[in-house]
Write a protein that binds this ligand. Structure first.
Ligand code: FAD
Length: 475
């Protein structure tokens, strides 16, 4: 019997026949991610249905030196969940471990299995008059385990924080097969090192999250959405600071949308109206929400007055119905599809201190256009968090090889400017494989040593998602 046969026998015995997939057709969807990146041929797809099964599989792989990679909804954007192209890996899909364990509306918490789809969690919270604030374009397919592993952010970070701030407890299958259970639903717990934080944002390199306790909030009862046309990014940032003050910290989203993104959205969804009478260089899609009877209209109107007086606002529209608000949010969704349709492009998610963002934006745009005058910069994002998706479409006429090399050059150039402004090369998507080289360059020697030490301590044989974040040969 080969080692591969033995693995398949072990998996079938442990999980039952429906828990293991090997057929080329069955495994095809686990080899491709949302962005269309293609992974290698895995040893198999294991589909455990309990935390104990996940741990048992990891224990087997640890003893037999079999590399594994956990997979959630496949919406990650740094190629971390795809099976390796050179060394066959066992993919562990969490899709069958997908229940809601308990909702506690008094404690404002919910405990869930890691494979639970984010939208399912949001719906379950709403059914208890609560709110789980993580909101992102992939919420219909991504899993909470994937959100935790990537420390996902999304649209409401400026008010509620990233996953790191939304997790009260985790259950993790460690690389050697032990199950670490820290599922206390405590809002305060100051006992020793906060181990759960190690696994949040670790992109599956330190263990597999099998369950979590997450924080809930009161469900917003009133929400207002506005689209505002502004003259430039500097005005946007001044408007942001004013919005936080004028809206009594009830601001829950503040998204930058340049004119080109609005055009891309209308290209994809021609029924979307161009919302303002004239075009503007940049727009802000803003949401204010409250869980009680607060006069949000009054607040926003006062903000509009201050913004117009100071020249930060050219024009704006406040949605007067749910339908109109949804149409405004559709612009945000459709523009992503519009970009996808333009083919391969430079996709980044950098972050900067807000006070440096306008100058960074200006410098980076000039730099991209100097190198490639025919490229198109598309810089949008969660600007209230200092997070820009500074993306660049290459000239459409370029050959594939030349396009790749230009995009690589532009990325290096952009990351140099990010470093000059003391920014980060990844605000929320993470490192995975795609950003590993530039990430390693940003690490200081002590940071590198500590990260390698943590990896070695938890995964001494290097079988857990090898080659993601840190290089596979980590010692
Ligand atoms: C349209 C779209 C919009 C997006 N918007 C945002 C956004 O606004 N903000 C943001 O932060 N991100 C955003 N993302 C990227 C985001 O990281 C993912 O959508 C999501 O967090 C990943 O979840 P997933 O279940 O799809 O994970 P996958 O893609 O399957 O995996 C991602 C990583 O997590 C690991 N992993 C998965 N499950 C587990 C587990 N149970 N235990 C340990 N490791 C695990 C994988 O190995 C991989 O390293 C967006 C993606 C898309 C496609």
């Amino acid at each position: 019997m080969t080692a591969h046969d033995e693995l398949l026998t072990f998996l079938t015995t442990t999980l039952g026949p429906s828990g293991v997939l090997c057929d080329d057709v069955d495994i095809a969807r686990y080899r491709i991610d949302w962005a269309g990146a293609q992974g290698g041929i895995p040893l198999a797809i294991a589909r455990p249905a309990t935390p104990e099964q996940v741990a048992e599989i990891l224990g087997y792989c640890h003893r037999n030196d079999i590399p594994v990679v956990p997979q959630g909804g496949g919406s990650g954007l740094v190629e971390a969940a795809l099976p390796d192209r050179d060394t066959p890996e066992l993919v562990i899909s969490l899709e069958r471990l997908n229940g809601i364990r308990h909702v506690d509306p008094i404690n404002f918490s919910m405990s869930v299995d890691a494979g639970c789809i984010l939208q399912t969690i949001k719906d379950a919270a709403e059914a208890e008059d609560c709110f789980f604030p993580l909101t992102l374009g992939a919420q219909g397919s991504c899993q909470i385990g994937g959100n935790i592993a990537t420390n996902a952010g999304g649209l409401n970070v400026l008010r509620y924080g990233m996953m790191r701030q939304l997790v009260l407890g985790v259950e993790v299958a460690l690389p050697d097969g032990r199950l670490l259970c820290d599922m206390k639903a405590l809002h305060k717990n100051n006992t020793g090192y906060d181990l759960k934080q190690l696994f949040i944002g670790a992109e599956g390199t330190l263990g597999i999250v099998t369950g979590a306790v997450i924080k809930l909030f009161p469900r917003p009862q009133v929400t207002r959405t506005a689209l505002i046309g502004c003259p430039d990014v500097e005005s946007v940032l001044k408007l942001y600071a004013q919005s936080r003050r004028s809206c009594c910290d009830l601001l829950s989203a503040f998204e930058l949308i340049p004119r080109i993104c609005l055009e891309l959205a209308i290209e994809v969804a021609p029924d979307l109206p161009d919302p303002l009478d004239e075009g503007h260089p940049v727009y802000i899609l803003m949401e204010v929400a409250a869980s009680g009877p607060v006069n949000l209209d009054g607040m926003i109107e006062a903000l509009f007055e201050i913004g117009i007086e100071n020249g930060w606002i050219n024009d704006g529209v406040l949605a007067t119905s749910d339908h109109q608000a949804k149409q405004l949010w559709r612009i945000r969704e459709a523009m992503l599809e519009g970009q996808q349709r333009r083919g391969e492009h430079l996709r980044t998610d950098v972050s900067l201190p807000l006070s440096a963002l306008s100058e960074f934006h200006h410098r980076a745009q000039l730099s991209m256009e100097e190198t490639s005058p025919e490229c198109t910069v598309i810089a949008y994002g969660h600007v209230g968090d200092g997070n820009l998706h500074f993306n660049v479409l290459p000239p459409p006429t370029l050959e594939q090889e030349a396009k790749r090399s230009l995009l690589h050059e532009l990325e290096l150039q952009l990351f140099d400017i990010v470093a000059e402004f003391s920014g980060s090369i990844s605000a929320e998507h993470g490192i995975g494989r795609a950003k590993q080289a530039p990430f390693l360059e940003t690490l200081t020697a002590p940071e590198h040593e500590i990260m390698r030490g943590i990896k070695r301590q938890l995964d001494p044989r290097g079988m857990m998602s090898p080659g993601r974040i840190l290089p596979a040969t980590h010692d």
